[in-house]
Design a protein around this ligand. Structure first.
Ligand SMILES: NC(=O)C1=CN([C@@H]2O[C@H](COP(=O)(O)OP(=O)(O)OC[C@H]3O[C@@H](n4cnc5c(N)ncnc54)[C@H](OP(=O)(O)O)[C@@H]3O)[C@@H](O)[C@H]2O)C=CC1
Ligand SMILES: O=C(O)[C@@H]1CCC=N1
Length: 264
């Protein structure tokens, strides 16, 4: 039995992905803190929605999907019901396995996960790291849950805050880029809907090329950039405005914020 504690955006996306992957509604328990949310989850997915302690008591795998700021109080609520034969998976930004372990009795196996919102379309990038009491079996069980909803990579926990900044937050940077490019289309007199279509298909096409061609992004970018052409005129402006440096600084700031979240 799998329990998802705190079934919000990420928890619900994982829940629906597990059901799409063949898990039965009877295999999954959800928890929510609002009655209307609990009712919506029951209706939409046919799963049981229980209290956190009830869910923790029943499940072999317990996924913690609340915001980092809510993690300590959730752990205090469920700790008495979690034994060492369970697997606890923490999906929160910044929260270390040591933090989770220190709030649980004994030596409970904990795996830390950072996924991202494309999990809704089975295109997540999830990175996982084992805590002090988790081994190969626990990493495999975590991979079995996450592989149906995207790609999974094992990384050292020391890289988790960096991964959060890169792939956890990553989709937001691309959406921001799309917004900016659509605005540019508007500036050039393009209708908004047409601009959004053009930019969306360009980003999807570029992403598929990047994933499926096996070619380096520099080679792919150079292939678009003709000598004395239009693309280099745009790239020259991006360089003049230090866009690359802005990305380096932005992702470093996201990494640092992840570290702060761990401090509460
Ligand atoms: N959004 C993203 O892009 C990503 C988020 N994450 C991580 O995933 C986690 C969840 O994020 P996200 O899904 O966006 O956040 P949400 O706020 O959508 O989900 C968290 C849910 O937990 C519920 N909740 C809070 N406390 C409790 C409790 N004690 N018992 C039961 N339910 C509770 C909240 O209820 P209520 O609705 O009442 O607030 C909410 O529905 C975070 O830790 C975040 O760092 C990771 C990768 C990407
Ligand atoms: O912004 C956040 O804190 C979460 C974690 C990664 C993506 N969203």
């Amino acid at each position: 039995m799998i329990a998802i504690l705190g079934t919000g955006k990420m928890g619900e996306a994982l829940l629906s992905g597990l059901l799409r992957a063949g898990f039965k509604p009877g295999d999954v328990i959800a928890t929510a803190r609002r009655a209307d949310r609990a009712e919506a989850l029951r209706e939409r997915y046919g799963v049981r929605v229980l209290s956190n302690p009830e869910a923790a008591k029943e499940a072999g795998t317990i996924i913690l999907a609340v915001k980092p700021q809510d993690m300590a109080s959730l752990l205090a609520e469920v700790a008495p019901h979690i034994a060492e034969d369970r697997l606890v998976i923490s999906a929160a930004a910044g929260i270390t396995t040591a933090f989770v372990e220190s709030h649980l009795p004994g030596e409970v196996p904990v795996v830390r996960v950072m996924s991202n919102t494309p999990i809704r379309f089975d295109e997540a990038m999830s990175v996982i790291s084992a805590g002090a009491y988790a081994g190969e079996e626990h990493l495999r069980r975590t991979e079995d849950l996450l592989k149906p909803v995207g790609k999974v990579l094992r990384i050292p926990e020391s890289q988790q805050d960096a991964a959060t900044a890169l792939s956890g937050s990553g989709p937001a940077y691309f959406f921001y880029l799309v917004e900016a490019m659509v605005d540019a289309g508007i500036l050039l007199g393009m209708p908004r809907a047409a601009a959004l279509d053009m930019v969306t298909q360009s980003i999807v096409g570029a992403a598929v090329m990047l994933r499926d061609s096996g070619e380096h992004p520099v080679i792919l970018r150079e292939a678009v950039t003709s000598p004395g052409g239009t693309t280099i005129a745009a790239i020259a402006e991006l360089e003049r405005h230090s866009v690359r440096a802005a990305f380096l600084a932005a992702i470093e700031a996201a990494r640092d914020r992840g570290r702060q979240l761990a401090e509460g």
